[in-house]
Design a protein around this ligand. Structure first.
Ligand SMILES: [Zn+2]
Length: 424
């Protein structure tokens, strides 16, 4: 629930409730209202005393706010209690709207210390409030049953139907952490602490009925991810990420370039070769005439380099396949060429492609890939850099989820691509 901004709340109070006790200290109280006793329900209550509280964290003002908290005493049971105050939670010294602003500041790439300075409080207080808000949100989400319970009439829960899974280099605990994304809504579903030890546990804790709803799962060419998806998401089509697949041939091409480069004696020649990396990796169809001439000169240096280049081009054309049969035929021909070439790096590309041809085709056909996921990984990288590392995984996880799923931030990012152009 969004609370009324504290300053607006203050401005709306009757004039006689506010008083500047010095130039930069504003003291205020709420209008007096009748309160029933919260303990015995008695209606005979009277003002007992006032307790002054200095409010913290209000940004952008040089004023100290003192709240004269009115306490009542019940004449029936004798107990005392505080008045209702919509702007401030029990035991808090920071207005609720200020806490909300502070939490929502985590939706941008800001450091805790920046947020702390803005509010004139300590970074520890900032992260404590953020954690508390996130835990509360989690607890609220858990109140809604994830799986339809009991009767067949129960509505299916809205679990995403298109997921992706990717690892990234974490800096709390495990070396590799895993992000699971909803590719349709373009949101982050979860961050898993450890690829090696926590992945099975985390995935299997998703209710079965939800897992059964997943139709497409995009992954990179990882055997571990493939077997997990096959095990836990039996209805999902596995789509291998196009960019990872294409990189196989680029990497093989680069290996050949390095080998040729190594054999060179002339230092200048070597250097110009090193600079040609990008030229060799670009697709031929994207080169202008000048680049094509440079390329021709380069390929004339070494026969194997030329073969490798042709294989790379052939491989990348797999992704232009018009239909499944066309794709399979192209893979078959490419594999023959790769084997015949005797180039080790390309033979290995051919073998991986054979192992993954079904998934690679699904990636092409559905149009789903890890582009969004890679973008998220970059955001996480920036977050890690500005936050100087997280010491605590829970904090790190919440921070990533909050940042990636921030509505405003997401609206600034590109809209999802139309998936209707999918190939049959
Ligand atoms: Zn009472």
């Amino acid at each position: 629930m969004q609370h009324l901004d504290f300053i607006t709340f203050l401005l709306q109070l009757p004039q006689q409730c506010k008083e500047f006790v010095s130039e930069d200290v504003l003291q205020f109280q709420l209008p007096r209202r009748h309160h029933d006793c919260p303990y015995c329900g008695g209606s005979h209550t009277s003002v007992d005393k006032y307790r002054t509280q200095i409010l913290r964290g209000v940004p952008d003002v040089r004023i100290t706010f003192i709240y004269k908290n009115r306490r009542y005493r019940c004449t029936e049971c004798g107990r005392t209690f505080s008045e209702d105050r919509p702007f401030l939670k029990k035991y808090q010294r920071m207005p609720e709207s200020v806490v909300e602003d502070m939490v929502s500041a985590h939706g941008d790439l800001l450091t805790d210390s920046y947020i702390a300075r803005h509010h004139g409080i300590s970074p520890c207080t900032v992260s404590r409030h953020f954690l508390r808000a996130m835990r509360r949100q989690d607890a609220n989400t858990l109140d809604i049953p994830d799986t339809p319970q009991g009767g067949e009439e129960a509505a299916p829960s809205a679990f995403p139907t298109v997921l992706s899974m990717d690892e990234f280099r974490g800096n709390v605990g495990a070396k590799f952490q895993v992000a699971i994304h909803d590719l349709k809504e373009r949101t982050c579903l979860d961050i898993i602490e450890n690829r090696t030890t926590h992945l099975h546990e985390a995935i299997s804790s998703i209710p079965e009925a939800s897992r059964m709803q997943v139709e497409t799962f995009s992954i990179d060419l990882s055997n571990q991810f493939r077997s997990i998806v096959a095990q836990y998401f039996p209805n999902a089509t596995i789509a291998a990420d196009k960019f990872h697949a294409m990189r196989l041939a680029s990497d093989a091409m680069d290996t050949v370039r390095k080998n040729v480069q190594e054999k060179m004696k002339n230092q200048n020649e070597k250097l110009s070769f090193k600079k040609s990396r990008k030229l060799l990796l670009s697709r031929f169809q994207h080169l202008d005439e000048k680049a094509k001439t440079r390329l021709e000169k380069l390929l004339a240096v070494d026969a194997q380099l030329r073969t490798a280049y042709e294989l790379k081009e052939e491989y990348h054309s797999l992704f232009d396949a018009a239909n499944h049969n066309d794709f399979l035929e192209k893979v078959r021909v490419f594999s023959c060429h790769a084997e015949q070439s005797g180039i080790r790096s390309f033979r290995s590309v051919a073998r991986t492609t054979q192992e993954w041809k079904m998934e690679i085709w699904h990636g092409i056909a559905t149009g789903y890939n890890n582009g969004f996921t890679e973008g998220c990984n970059n955001t996480i990288k920036v977050l890690k850099r500005i936050a100087y590392g997280f010491r605590n995984f829970e904090n790190f996880r919440y921070r990533i989820l909050y940042l990636l799923n921030n509505q405003e931030r997401r609206q600034r990012r590109s809209k999802p691509k139309n998936q209707t152009s999918a190939k049959k």
